[in-house]
Design a protein around this ligand. Sequence first.
Ligand SMILES: N[C@@H](CCC(=O)N[C@@H](CS)C(=O)NCC(=O)O)C(=O)O
Length: 214
Amino acid sequence: MITIHHLGVSQSDRVVWLMEELELPYELKWYNRGEDFLAPQAFRDLHPVGTAPIIDDGDVRMAESTAIVEYISQKYGGGCLSVGPEDPDYPHYLYWMQFNNNFQSALFMKMAYQAGGGDAAAEGPVTTVMQRRENSLYNYLEQRLGESDYLGAGRFTCADIMTMFNLTSLEMLGARPIDDSLPNTAAYVERISGRAAYQKAMSIAGPAATPPAG
Ligand SMILES: N[C@@H](CCC(=O)N[C@@H](CS)C(=O)NCC(=O)O)C(=O)O
């Protein structure tokens, strides 16, 4: 059985969501963030990279959610939530599976710049790149969701599981709110939020969830 090392309020909730979508059994090990909101030492000791999520599958220990999600989907989900090279949507699937890390690079670049006293509204090459990347990512998201109800294909896939956290939980770190200025994206968030497996996973491991008793 897969063990999910879950850091509270983190993107490891997407692994729980995938397991609920696939109706697979799993064990959840919960780690609370420290007062600095970072992963505690016990979590960082699990893997050289030390970021959430981390899973164990027998002797295999993995980090990096994009890799974990595709691994579980292929190995235990028969690839039913993945898109293969024979499918015309394959390029979409690949792109939207990577969107998470693309998006977070842009957000964390901006956060780091502002934390160092930089004015994100000032003119200059760095602020231009930051703004351009942020805008282009939201524009492409909005465009894609005007063409398709789902990101990776015409059906729900792992690419949707990879992306939702960025459109919901990351607002607390300064990501743009998904509101009426992004109507296709707002409708998408509402549509995906209605999934039974999503709601169950968020009640177990989402940002408002608390560690299981005991
Ligand atoms: N690209 C990585 C990002 C992982 C990541 O940044 N995880 C955050 C939680 S959302 C984390 O571990 N933060 C705590 C820390 O770095 O101390 C993935 O998708 O797994």
